[in-house]
Design a binder for this molecule. Structure first.
Ligand SMILES: Cc1ncc(COP(=O)(O)O)c(C=O)c1O
Length: 454
């Protein structure tokens, strides 16, 4: 696996624990779902650029769009001019593809879109006469990007730990995974205590200070693939309305087809006030993200001389808009999205049939966003943050499969789980490949770690 070790001028930066016994191989080419390493090895990419490559690597059509657009216009002063391709893209989103939203603020990364959404919520309340509403609350076991404000609202201790001293640390709502219910209840008899914990957090902080709450529809890196009870989001919506608190959905990972819907919140037919998208919007070929504002929010900013105090150099990118336009047209068809759901169901079913419950305790998710939780009862799992999932990841790479490991945990312990986030335009043979290489890797992991004998 080790190709060569050379000195790199890039400051090593990780959001997870350091890898054990692993030297990065070099990759210079990728096409479709395949990574081609410089040592000749070919690896199926089920991490797909942290879930961004919804149409696979090096897409020919997107390459043409990028080169066509860069020969026309690539950047402009948004304060002075309008630009057709950017206007066209924004209008197509609000009028055709995502009509629940009336205005859009573009950004570049998921993190800066989250930051923008938090600012938009605070300014919304200022403009509507509630300037004391300035806190945004989040949940345990959640991730909302890598800015200070994003880390504050998130519940991913491993990632926020170095910055705790400068974060306000508002009360967190509980996580909402039924597999390990934080209230030790089961869905058939519970009263959605996980949703009520948002109400408790709002009351503890003072409703008059709360601008919004932020949730991932399906949890990403912080607790791979955790899906809440089907009644959960309507109850959260009800609580938000009760206290004049904005409901913000962070769909940076779940949005743009990943779960088999353009936005994952459509699965529950719940309409947030603000949604945040990123990753798949530019299909991993161009960094573009967005904050989508519902009519209620948009109305507060139209007329009356109020303008959203915001702006970044790359907020209005003609190239991003051209790429986004191409991507949304290609992924929004019902047959494309249905196929994502069907392939996801096949992946979950076949994984459950082929991997050993001794090592994998939960397989969950929706569409092609599948989370796999390693059995937490294994000796040493929690004492060695990330060791097991990193080990499994390295074995899977040897077997030609890249998975996306994570160490988040709702209860502040380190978790060992991973996501499978393949490109969305794969087919059933690719699912078979993932299942066979993943289960083979789990077997080998058991041989390395000897858990059968513990
Ligand atoms: C739910 C969620 N929000 C925000 C982000 C941050 O996005 P980015 O890494 O593009 O800044 C991520 C990234 O993984 C994410 O999964």
């Amino acid at each position: 696996m080790v190709l060569f070790e050379s000195v790199s001028s890039i400051l090593p930066a990780r959001v997870t624990a350091p890898p054990k016994g692993f030297t990065k191989p070099t990759i210079n080419r990728a096409k479709g779902p395949w990574l081609h390493l410089t040592n000749g090895q070919q690896i199926f990419d089920a991490a797909s650029g942290s879930g961004s490559l919804v149409l696979g690597h090096s897409d020919d059509e997107i390459s043409e769009v990028i080169s066509g657009q860069t020969s026309q216009i690539t950047a402009y002063s948004g304060n002075v001019f309008k630009c057709d391709i950017v206007e066209e893209y924004a209008n197509s989103l609000t009028e055709k593809f995502l009509p629940s939203y009336k205005k859009i603020v573009f950004a570049s990364s998921g993190s800066d879109a989250v930051e923008t959404a938090l600012k938009l919520s605070i300014q919304y309340h200022r403009f509507t006469g509630n300037s004391n509403k300035h806190k945004i609350l989040g949940r345990k076991g959640s991730y909302h990007g890598n800015t200070l404000a994003g880390l504050e609202v998130a519940g991913f201790l491993g990632r926020k730990q170095p910055y705790l001293a400068c974060l306000p640390q508002y009360t967190k709502a509980s996580h909402a995974s039924c597999f390990d219910c934080p209230f030790n209840l089961i869905p058939s008899t519970c009263d959605l205590e996980c949703a009520t914990s948002f109400e408790d957090a709002i009351l503890a902080e003072g409703p008059e200070t709360i601008a919004g709450i932020v949730v991932e529809p399906i949890v990403g890196a912080a607790y791979s693939g955790a899906v809440p009870d089907s009644r959960y989001f309507s109850e959260v919506r009800r609580i938000c309305d009760k206290y004049d608190v904005l409901m913000i959905a962070d769909e940076v990972l779940t949005g743009f087809g990943r779960t088999g819907r353009l936005l994952a919140m459509e699965h529950w037919d719940v309409k947030p006030d603000i949604s945040i998208t990123g990753k798949g919007m530019g299909a991993g070929h161009f960094p573009i993200s967005a904050v989508l504002a519902s009519k209620k929010i948009s109305d507060a900013f139209s007329g009356g001389g109020y303008e959203f105090q915001n702006g970044q150099t790359f907020s209005l990118s003609p190239v991003g808009a051209a790429v986004g336009n191409n991507v949304v047209r290609r992924i929004s068809g019902s047959s494309f999205l249905e196929n994502v759901e069907v392939l996801g169901q096949k992946l979950i079913k076949e994984l459950k049939e082929s991997v050993l419950p001794e090592i994998v305790s939960d397989i969950r998710g929706r569409g092609l966003m599948i989370g796999i939780l390693l059995n937490q009862s294994h000796k040493g799992l929690l004492d060695n943050p990330g060791y097991h999932i990193e080990t499994l990841r390295n074995i899977a790479i040897e077997n030609g499969l890249l998975i996306y490991p994570s160490h988040g945990s709702p209860e502040s312990k380190f978790g060992n789980h991973c996501l499978l986030l393949p490109p969305l335009n794969i087919d059933a043979t690719h699912i078979d490949f993932i299942v066979s290489r993943f289960s083979m890797s789990v077997q080998q992991y058991l041989e390395v770690n000897g858990y059968f004998h513990d």
